[in-house]
Design a protein around this ligand. Structure first.
Ligand code: NAD
Length: 322
């Protein structure tokens, strides 16, 4: 557990990657970050940060030199509006990143590679009801994932398995369920529900627009639990996909009420049913995660939303000043 590593985090300019770099540095590891862009809201804590397009194999070879662990978080991704908007481009970009990153890591003698998959791999026919049965890892098959982004993640999981089978290359596969927290995108179209709703609440005076009827359900994991889970899964000896999320399911209407309460605002909800809302219900079954790690995320939504909302409110006010 106390062993120090040389670690590459891809997507280190993004939300989860930036937090993970900070935590790895605090734990005493040497860290290289790689991304198309630097973090937006504060400088990276990485020892080295390289701006690289990881769709190109040469750049993946450069990024993976002299490291023993790789957390591959780089991806073209965003909320439901974004991932349903350009299926070809998102799929192509992510196929290239994941295929080249896996191969470059193996060629450079990396000891362990963690792939960040998603709950979007789960079969859509199992998520048609807001009272959804929590999803177990085997519920990804028979396959019917989210078009584009979900299909690519599911195939990249398979690719990790093939690299183990053919090359004994050690991979770990994490299926994130919605992650939220401070220092994450909150506007521009790539933001996800908790950040988008926090921004809307911070700007609202009497009314708030909600995508769909708001009865669609999800679970949300605070960033500190996400980072803790990532490090534990990387250290484990488990090679098959594992859920990483909470099993505290809420509807989007409930999420709006929780954020409005933190803001001290009483807002009228206006539902726009023409907007994309994704699957009807989604929740994480953490039985396997608990069995493998003896741990699961524990920060409640009520607790995690407080710093998240306060940070976004501060950002929104800062922007309004200019
Ligand atoms: P993010 O968008 O904040 O970070 C992803 C980063 O990847 C961005 O900084 C982006 O610039 C970078 N990137 C994109 N294309 C690149 C390229 N060609 N070369 C180099 N870098 C590139 O997203 P995040 O929320 O931090 O997600 C991290 C990982 O977790 C992703 O793989 C994502 O699919 C997965 N995931 C996240 C969630 C969530 O709720 N946040 C849920 C499921 C899965």
């Amino acid at each position: 557990m106390n062993q120090k590593h040389r670690v590459l985090v891809t997507g280190a300019g993004g939300f989860i990657g930036h937090h993970l770099v900070k935590r790895l540095k605090a734990d005493g590891h040497w860290v290289r970050g790689a991304d198309l862009k630097s973090p937006e809201y504060e400088p990276s804590a990485a020892d080295q940060f390289e701006v690289l397009d990881l769709r190109k194999s040469d750049n993946c070879l450069q990024a993976t030199r002299n490291v023993d662990q790789v957390y591959n978080l780089a991806a073209d991704m965003g909320g439901i509006g974004y991932i349903t908007s350009s299926l070809a481009q998102i799929s192509k970009n992510n196929i290239l990143i994941n295929a080249h990153m896996l191969d470059a890591s193996r060629l450079n003698g990396v000891k362990r590679f963690l792939f960040s998959s998603s709950a979007c791999v789960y079969a859509q026919y199992k998520q048609k009801n807001p009272e959804v049965t929590p999803l177990r890892e085997e519920d990804a098959y028979p396959a019917d994932p989210e078009p584009g982004y979900g299909w690519e993640k599911l195939f990249a999981e398979e690719l990790c398995r093939y690299y183990w089978k053919d090359h004994q290359f050690e991979t770990r596969i994490v299926r994130f369920h919605n992650v939220y927290g401070t220092l994450g995108t909150y506007d521009g179209g790539k933001e996800k529900a908790p950040a988008a709703i926090s921004r809307k609440v911070a700007l609202a005076t009497d009314e708030i627009e909600i995508w769909g009827d708001g009865e669609q359900t999800r679970s949300f994991m605070y960033i500190d639990d996400c980072v803790e889970g990532l490090i534990r899964i990387m250290s484990s000896d488990y090679r098959e996909p594992l859920n990483l999320g909470t099993d505290e399911m809420v509807s989007i209407n409930q999420l709006v009420d929780m954020i409005s309460k933190i803001a001290g605002k009483n807002l009228v909800k206006r539902h726009d049913k023409t907007k994309p809302q994704g699957v009807r219900g989604r929740n994480s079954d953490n039985t396997l995660l608990e069995k493998v790690l003896g741990w699961s995320p524990s920060i409640s939504l009520e607790r995690g939303l407080v710093p998240t909302y306060k940070w976004i409110e501060k950002e929104v006010k800062k922007v309004a000043l200019y």
